[in-house]
Design a protein around this ligand. Structure first.
Ligand code: PGA
Length: 253
């Protein structure tokens, strides 16, 4: 398995100026560590400030939070995968729970976005996760399987593009301060790994599955130690350079 991926999703936070300030602090708190992959997803308008701030830090990768699946055209307010790649993005979040539940993004759209990202040379980070009602209704497996299949279907039989990352983010754990237990995370990751294996066979063994949902410096080590957890996708705590540096350097217990 690859080294752990520690990713920060800034959501709609951080102006360009704040981005510059963030990285001034983060880059002194965090030195390149060959045993970790660290990446950030700033908002589109702060992306260039992040890229500039990280000119001398090729160890830190950048991605965008969303793309449209079309390459160009009359889609006011959207950005394409090609634009993101041209701006220096290496990855893109697809199907984040806020896209699905606040903006009504459908399974079909996530599939189109994964395929468009891969075609443009971006690594899609396909996010999946169940709501509390779905978990209580015993629908965990059905929801994760459906979201995964729909997200990957349009890309065909081969693994999409330059790589694929999955993120398991239970909706009830995002921004709530309630974290899945390491056991819950492991169980969901096992399910996703089984689906990936069934779909791609050994080719999928390098696809990292990240956990996301109220990760903080205190729980990061235990989550990273959970079997099947290959990294962390961090929202709120990624806005604080020191907290995120502590998460990035957390070692499995
Ligand atoms: P959170 O967000 O860490 O603030 O719960 C995680 C995410 O949305 O990726």
């Amino acid at each position: 398995m690859n080294k752990p991926v520690i990713a920060g999703n800034w959501k709609m936070n951080m102006t360009p100026e704040e981005t510059t300030g963030f990285f001034a602090t983060f880059c002194s708190a965090w030195s390149a560590d060959p045993s970790r992959t660290v990446c950030f997803f700033p908002p589109a308008l702060s992306f260039e400030a992040a890229r500039q701030a990280l000119r001398d830090r090729p160890d830190i990768l950048l991605g965008v939070q969303n793309i449209h699946w079309e390459a160009a055209g009359a889609f006011t307010g959207e950005v394409s995968a090609r634009m993101a790649a041209g701006a220096g993005a290496r990855l893109v979040l697809v199907g984040h729970s806020e896209r699905r539940h606040v903006f009504g993004e459908t399974d079909i759209e996530t599939g189109r976005k994964v395929a468009a990202a891969a075609a443009a040379g971006l690594v899609p980070v396909l996010c999946v996760g169940e709501t509390l009602a779905e978990r209580r209704g015993d629908a965990l497996e059905a929801v994760l399987t459906r979201q995964l299949q729909a997200g990957l279907e349009p890309s065909g039989e081969a693994l999409p593009g330059p790589g694929l990352v999955l993120a398991y983010e239970p909706v009830w754990a995002i921004g709530t301060g309630v974290t899945a237990t390491p056991e819950d995370a492991s169980a969901a990751h096992r399910l996703l790994r089984r689906e990936l294996d069934a779909r791609y066979g050994r080719a999928a063994s390098d696809v990292p599955i990240l956990y996301g949902g109220s990760v903080n410096p205190e729980n990061a080590a235990a989550l990273l130690a959970a079997p099947g957890v290959d990294g962390l996708l961090v929202g709120g705590a990624s806005l604080k350079p020191d907290a995120f540096a502590r998460i990035a350097s957390a070692r499995p217990d």
